[in-house]
Design a protein around this ligand. Sequence first.
Ligand code: NAD
Ligand code: DAU
Length: 339
Amino acid sequence: MKIVVTGGAGFIGGNFVHYILKKYNDYKIICVDALTYAGNMETLASVKDNSNFNFYKIDIADREAVYEMFEKENPDIIVNFAAESHVDRSIENPEIFLKTNVIGTQVLLDACRKYGIKRYHQVSTDEVYGDLPLDRPDLFFTEETPLHTSSPYSASKASADLLVGAYYRTFNVPSTISRCSNNYGPYHFPEKLIPLMIANVLNDKELPVYGSGENVRDWLYVEDHCSAIDLIIHNGKVGEVYNIGGHNERTNLEVVKTIIHELGKSEELIKYVGDRKGHDMRYAIDPTKIHSELGWLPTTTFDEGIKKTIKWYLDNKSWWENIISGEYASYYEKMYGSR
Ligand code: NAD
Ligand code: DAU
C-alpha cells in the first residue's frame, strides 16, 4: 500500500507518518509538505532514511507539482492533513487559509479524478460545526449537526469538506471525511494552547488566557486520532463522515492550571488577555458512529496524555526551543505584545 500523507511535517501528519511506518512494515509513505512555518523536518528526522519513506516539498495548491508527484508515485491512498491550522492566524490573514485549505483540497481531488485512487481521506475538524453553549452540557456534535462556522479557518475547512462531498457525488472520487476534536501530544507547534503553556511555564513567562478562560475544548491524544484515521482509511465506508473525540472536555483554565501544577509552578503566571474575536465557547464530539461502526475507542485519558505530553516537551527541549527562538519570537510579540 502506498499512502500520500500531505502535511506530514506538521503536528498530526507527523505523528501519523510515525504511526503508520511503525505499524505496517510493508507500507510506503510519501510525505508531501510545503514546509511552511508549521512544517518541521526535525519531526521526521528519525524516519527520513527509512526505505519506506519518501518526501516531496510541494505546495498542495500547485497543480503541476501535485500531478507530477501522482505520475511518479501512483499512490493508493491520500490522507490530506496539509492546512493552515491556527485560528488566530486566520483572523490576521484569511487569504492563505482559502488558498491552502480550499484550493489545495480541490487540486488534490482533481488529481484523484485524473489518476484514480483507492481512497481520498480529508482530515477535517469539529470546528466546522461552530460551537455549543456552556449551559447545555447535554449537547454534542454528531455527523448530522449542520455546518455553522465562526472563523476564516473553520469556514475554509467547511468549504473543503463540501468540495470533498461534491467530488464524491459528482465524480465518484472515493472519499471519507473525519472531524476530530482538539489534539495534543508530541510535535505540537507552540503557537497552540497546550504547547504554548508548557513552553511558557518552563520559561517562567506569563500564561496568556483569552477572555475568562471558561471556553471548553474536547482534548484527544494525537495517537488516538491516528488510530481512528487508520481504521477509517481501511474500513470506513466511502462517502461517509466520521466524528472523532473521546469525551475529554476541559475548560482552558483547567488545562492551564493542570500544566502549572504538573510542573510545580505558581498560578500567578496566569494573565487574562483580550479575547479571540468570534471565540467559540464549547466543542464536544459525539463519537458514537465511529465506535459502533468501526470499533474505535481512544486509549489515552486526558490525565495520562497531559503527563506524557509534558514529559515529551521536557525530553525534547531542542525541538521546541529551536522554534521559539526563530521567527516565532516576532509572531509572539505581534500576537501577545499589546493584547
Ligand atoms: P499543523 O499546522 O501543525 O501542520 C500543517 C502542515 O501542513 C505543516 O507541516 C505545513 O508545512 C503543511 N502545509 C501547510 N500549507 C501547505 C500547503 N499549501 N501545501 C503543503 N503543505 C502545507 O497542523 P495540524 O495541527 O497537524 O493539523 C493537521 C490537520 O488536522 C489540519 O487539516 C487541521 O485542520 C486538522 N485538525 C487539527 C486539529 C488539531 O487539534 N490540531 C484537530 C482536528 C483537525
Ligand atoms: O477543535 C479542533 C481545532 O483545534 C483544530 O481544527 C485547529 O486546527 C486547532 O488549532 C484547534 O483550534 P483551537 O482554536 O481550539 O486551538 P488553540 O490551541 O488555538 O486554542 C485552544 C483554546 O485556548 C481556545 O479556546 C483559545 C484558547 N487560547 C489559545 C491560545 C493560543 C488561550 O486562551 N490562549 C492562547 O494563548
